[in-house]
Design a protein around this ligand. Sequence first.
Ligand SMILES: NC(=O)c1ccc[n+]([C@@H]2O[C@H](COP(=O)([O-])OP(=O)(O)OC[C@H]3O[C@@H](n4cnc5c(N)ncnc54)[C@H](OP(=O)(O)O)[C@@H]3O)[C@@H](O)[C@H]2O)c1
Length: 335
Amino acid sequence: MSWNAPTMKAAYIEKVGSVEQIIYGDLPKPKAAGANVLVLVKAVSVNPIDTYVRSGGVAMDLPMPFVLGCDVAGVVDAVGPEAKRFKVGDRVWGSNQGLMGRQGTFSQFAAIDEQWLYSIPDEVSFEDAAAIALVGITAHLGLFRDAQLKGGEKVFVHGGSGGVGSCVVQMARAAGALVLTTAGSDVKEQICKKLGATTVVNYRTGDVDDALTKFGKIDVWWENLREPNLERTISRMAMRGRIILMAGREAKPTIPIGPFYTRDMRLLGFAMFNAPADEQRKAAAEINRWMAKGRLRPQIDRVMKLSEAAEAHKLQEANTVQKKGLLAGKIVLVP
Ligand SMILES: NC(=O)c1ccc[n+]([C@@H]2O[C@H](COP(=O)([O-])OP(=O)(O)OC[C@H]3O[C@@H](n4cnc5c(N)ncnc54)[C@H](OP(=O)(O)O)[C@@H]3O)[C@@H](O)[C@H]2O)c1
């Protein structure tokens, strides 16, 4: 297909449901209207929420046909009449698409409001920019906007080699914190060490409680698991400890109130897609600074073709929802 053709390839659905609903085919090429920027897509990445939205597990108003995907990296192909931040040819990345009524990114072109786009530093590849997008912004919002992490504090990351966890480990270290994290295999243990974790414990073969005891009281507990055990967590927290909860919509854990409030703790929950554009841009700016200096890199498990979007959704679901441990980090798709 020529880039001037009125259609483009996309991975989309016509109704919510299983991965079988994913179609890879032609859709009309969008236009850069209003404050939108038309991005020639070079890479996208898969997030667990993509699978919840596609399956209908998370109910959202979806324009149909609905293009899958939140994250994107590419080149500005055209700018709308009200778009001021970018020009044709700029390399950009972004997230928060495919949500709240917006079209997704799994296509050759995506029309995106410029408020959700950021420049890609010269040193950073399209694949890395796409892979860091949603998970990087999530990690930054949780650690800095919400938990207000300070240098020298102790952070526990439950799941350090995953998409979000690998960013939390690196950002906490970049902020001067000490990090204990868990990994589900020897290979993932090595990955977490490379990411900079101070201590890593294999939760399948090692003793997480023993590692927590040796590491000392936790100032910030980052919970990636969808079934948190808050009795365990609260017993491990320091005075004024902050617990980040951002997964597990169906979870109903028991909360021991006494040890929680008498040690001045905070339970902090958030969904990154609720964060307004200025908060996301602040996170993106620091992500860019760290990426340009080589202090932050997304943990990419594999790169696949956009035409393999259904296979990628199957893998992501098996990894995150069925907890099969198949991935160490992100799946990137390239058109
Ligand atoms: N609220 C928000 O804004 C937001 C944003 C992004 C993601 N999320 C949610 O956050 C969760 C994580 O997302 P993700 O993209 O990082 O997913 P992911 O890449 O699949 O990572 C899942 C992590 O959980 C770990 N894990 C699984 N079972 C474990 C166990 N029994 N003990 C310790 N660790 C275990 C995995 O470790 P191993 O592979 O080593 O087993 C892996 O590190 C998902 O539920 C996602 O929907 C929420």
